[in-house]
Write a protein that binds this ligand. Structure first.
Ligand SMILES: [Zn+2]
Length: 169
């Protein structure tokens, strides 16, 4: 009985976990020229194996495993590969998914949306416009003001906390 409960639970959980999982291949097949392009070897030298897997092999970190889903400090999130500023803590919200979630990018031009039809779903993949690194997906079930949920991988991001104001002596 217990085993059956666990089994049906895991079946229920699979679609939720796959919600942030990424496509293995670009869907439209178009080769987009990026401002910053490096060979896989160059990226591998620069990035951790986990970051390389998510950013350039479209992997997904496990929910609640990344370093930013529970980050609450003020600051900005840059692309972990090319350092382009992508998100602000001002747009971050508690999604309960275990991935850092934002209502919008810092600048519309910072990210790009690519249609992703992997796993039998149609989803919108979010990539860094400058290097093409995979960041996560965007969904239409976010809170106000945009109604969007940018579901990101922590490992694709590099957070810089805002400097605290220096107290006057
Ligand atoms: Zn980038």
């Amino acid at each position: 009985m217990k085993r059956r409960t666990l089994l049906s639970l895991s079946i229920l959980l699979v679609p939720a976990l796959a919600a942030c999982a990424a496509a293995a291949e670009p869907v439209n097949g178009a080769r987009v020229k990026r401002e910053i392009e490096k060979t896989p070897e160059q990226w591998k030298k620069q990035l951790s194996p986990e970051a390389y897997n998510v950013l350039f092999e479209k992997g997904t970190e496990r929910a609640f495993s990344g370093k930013y889903w529970n980050e609450h400090r003020d600051g900005v999130y840059a692309c972990a590969a090319c350092a382009l500023l992508l998100f602000s803590s001002a747009d971050k919200f508690e999604s309960g998914t275990g991935w850092p979630s934002f209502t919008r990018p810092l600048d519309e031009k910072a990210t790009e949306i690519v249609k992703d039809i992997s796993y039998g779903m149609v989803r919108e993949e979010v990539v860094c416009r400058r290097c093409g690194g995979h960041l996560g997906h965007v969904f239409d079930d976010g809170p106000k003001p945009t109604g969007k949920r940018y579901c990101m991988n922590s490992v694709s991001l590099a957070f810089t906390p805002k400097l605290e104001a220096v107290a006057k002596p």
